[in-house]
Design a protein around this ligand. Structure first.
Ligand code: ADP
Ligand code: SF4
Length: 690
């Protein structure tokens, strides 16, 4: 298809200082859990973005000195010349596709715990790291420290140029770097020329920009990443105050302004809490005070929204981290007019969890993310079929749909049978809950692809039994039958059924609610799952006017969502809705009028009024069909069926991301030799780079 002429503006080249971006698509820095520890994986992942049409592809934050060691988090590292070859792998992969490579050198200041280097952390003033409870403080920098830091930053810029980078950042965003800490009056209590007035607090940032331009400015563009607003009121930088003044003071100094809001949780808000383009009100002033190109973010996936940002003078370049993760080929799909094929980010922040758990990045929508090098997976190409096998996939949830999409792409004959009248499984049900509408993109992208394939048939309202599966005539049967929430309260805190949870009509599972059941209040949501669903259901019940208490054995609501940057927003939201939050409490009994709660520390017990309980604890695989086929092994063999495999939630319940991955993995790997030990390539420290 030809490109829509309305989108032509997105493909205009943009000059950034001494370099030219071939279009307006700019992959801003983002962490990935690979960094310095897994440089080949990292390079391959960035290379795929460049292949997909992004004009600029950036690193994550890159530590510049042992006193900026953010271990155990795995970011980039450029402490010395010895780090250059690993980063050069990345610039080579990016340049191979005609894109520019950008690097974000960072001194994390008080945010660097220096657990590996054991250096003392540095800060404008004596201060404890506000983001952790670690019993260590950063020391106030002397003038000599500031001179040293400037030298380290300059050296990093020179090394970055040698590594092949085209754009070199000065980073003052997310409250994660020294120049930003110096800007923040709450962290900078100095009385010398680096403290006090804004003119003084901005001095270090100005010097770093000047140093970098002087060192590498002839060849490399110098970008500033600056958080114009910290979204914390008068205590922080605001786009109507000092945020604007900083841009005015330094307006023409850098070659590019990359502007956003701070901290990371505000910058990378999930779709549950912010729509596409949500940063516009904060950053739109920037282009009115500088002539330099401006890049900004906002989970942009719609080309029309992108065009609007440019036409209305908000941004010059469309910045993206998550949209480039969910679809590395987003620019080239817009270029070729295939916008319906864009795999839109759902805004779930599963990608962020890689950084928090120090493991390679993963993505709900794009199961190849993080697997480019270690499994050789590509987001757009798949190996052709290796035989004439036909497939029956049972279940059209995220596992079944992704499996069908990929087997179909490989050229196999595929039938998908779904018991219910609707496709999408849990995704379709959950997308109807408050704040989760974007989840439906997981289904919609896949259905759109499947509808284009002549070799994939989808049967709705088709409950598959063992007999039907054997009669169907497919060579391989893939069970993607999902899972069901438990009703008995068994989960992490309770390994045996909770007394009273067998009461008819008073205990509800998430599926009951998603299918329209209406508990009477007061209702207790017992969340021993600790991800998003418990809090979302509490919100839905509250919206229905019930008195709701959320009880969790964890010390905070939705505890695991710390890893998706949402925990604070979720707990705040529940409290604002008037939901009573009871943390560190287990539910140990229920009599239909009251629940008995027990403190997880002292075992002290309390009663709480409860006419109904919603139990969000654990799920059981829907394994009936798998068991029946196992029992009918002889019949299965006689029917010529060569394999029966359970994948996704029906094997072991997990995230939607894991379900999509399971479907994808099966379709790629069912015909490959299976290895007992390692199913992917591993990066070993003692291998020579290359
Ligand atoms: P996953 O996350 O693994 O994809 P889901 O629970 O989202 O799991 O989806 C599983 C789907 O399988 C549901 O839509 C369910 O209706 C369907 N299903 C379960 N058992 C059968 C069966 N025996 N025949 C056909 N479809 C089934
Ligand atoms: Fe978007 Fe979720 Fe993928 Fe991250 S994991 S890129 S938020 S779909």
């Amino acid at each position: 298809m030809p490109r829509d002429p309305r989108h032509d503006i997105l493909f205009e080249p943009i000059r950034i200082g001494p370099v030219v971006a071939k279009n307006r698509f700019y992959q801003v820095p983002h962490c990935n859990g690979m960094g310095h520890a897994r440089p080949r994986s990292h390079a391959a992942m960035r290379g795929v973005k460049a292949e997909g049409g992004w004009a600029v592809v950036s690193t994550e934050e890159v530590e510049i000195h042992p006193s900026s060691d953010v271990s155990p988090y795995i970011e980039g590292r450029l402490w010395s010349d010895r780090d250059i070859p690993a980063l050069a792998l990345m610039t080579e992969a990016i340049h191979a596709h005609g894109a520019l490579a950008a690097i974000e050198p960072v001194h994390a200041g008080m945010n660097a715990a220096n657990l590996y280097s054991r250096e003392v952390a540095l800060a404008p003033s004596h201060i404890a790291n506000p983001a952790s409870y670690a019993p260590a403080q950063a020391r106030a920098m002397t003038k000599a420290d500031i001179r040293n830091f400037r030298r380290w930053h300059r050296d990093a810029a020179l090394r970055a140029r040698r590594a092949g980078f085209d754009i070199i950042y000065v980073y003052a965003a997310h409250s994660l770097s020294l120049p930003m800490h110096f800007l923040q009056s709450r962290h900078n209590h100095r009385t010398d020329e680096y403290g006090g007035s804004l003119e003084n607090r901005v001095r270090l940032l100005r010097e770093l920009i000047e140093d970098t331009k002087e060192a590498v400015g002839a060849d490399c563009a110098v970008a500033v990443r600056f958080a114009v607003d910290e979204v914390r009121g008068e205590d922080g930088i605001r786009c109507t105050g000092e945020g604007r003044e900083v841009v005015e003071m330094l307006a023409e100094l850098p070659d590019l302004w990359d502007v956003n809001v701070s901290d990371w949780a505000n910058d990378s808000k999930t779709s549950r809490f912010a729509p596409e383009g949500f940063q516009e009100d904060f950053v739109r002033f920037v282009k009115t005070v500088t002539t330099k190109p401006v890049v900004g973010v906002g989970r942009f996936t719609s080309p029309d929204t992108m065009v609007s940002q440019i036409r209305r003078g908000v941004l010059d370049l469309i910045g993206a981290a998550r949209p480039s993760i969910a679809d590395p080929f987003l620019p080239s799909k817009i270029d070729s007019g295939d916008i319906d094929d864009i795999r839109e980010c759902i805004g779930c922040n599963v990608c962020v969890t890689g950084d928090h758990t120090m493991t390679p990045i993963r993505c709900t929508q794009n199961p190849t993310m993080g697997e480019e090098w270690r499994k050789g997976w590509h987001p757009e190409t798949v190996p052709p079929r290796s035989g004439n096998d036909s497939f029956l996939i049972v279940g059209a949830g995220p596992t079944g749909l992704e499996c069908a999409r990929l087997l179909g792409r490989r050229g196999y004959a595929v039938a998908v049978a779904e018991a219910s009248g609707q496709l999408g499984g849990r995704v379709t049900k959950e997308a109807r809950l408050p704040g989760l509408a974007a989840w439906a993109r997981v289904r919609d992208y896949r259905l759109h692809q499947l509808n284009k394939m002549g070799n994939v048939e989808i049967f709705r309202a088709s409950h598959v039994t063992a007999d039907l599966a054997m009669q169907f005539g497919a060579a391989r049967i893939v069970l993607a039958t999902g899972s069901t929430w438990r009703r008995d309260g068994v989960g992490r805190a309770n390994t045996r059924p909770i007394p009273g949870f067998d009461r008819e009509g008073a205990v509800f599972t998430p599926e009951d609610l998603m299918e329209g059941a209406t508990p009477t209040g007061p209702v207790i949501v017992f969340d021993d799952d600790h991800y998003y669903l418990g809090a979302v259901l509490a919100e839905q019940l509250r919206a229905g006017g019930l008195a709701v208490m959320l009880v969790t054995p964890a010390d905070r609501v939705s505890a695991w969502t710390v890893n998706t940057l949402e925990q604070h927003a979720i707990q705040r939201h529940l409290l604002e809705l008037g939901i009573e939050v009871m943390t560190s409490r287990n539910v140990v009994d229920f009599d239909g009028a009251r629940a008995l709660l027990q403190c997880t520390y002292t075992e002290r017990q309390f009663t709480a009024p409860a006419a109904s309980i919603v139990t969000v604890t654990a799920r059981l695989p829907n394994a009936e069909l798998a068991h029946a086929l196992l029992l009918a092994a002889d019949g299965v063999a006689r029917a010529g069926i060569v394999s029966v495999d359970s994948i996704g939630d029906c094997l072991a319940p997990s995230t939607i991301a894991a379900a999509v991955y399971a479907g994808h993995r099966y379709a790629r790997e069912f015909d490959r030799p299976q290895h007992d030990a390692e199913s992917f390539r591993r990066e070993l420290p003692l291998e020579s780079p290359g």
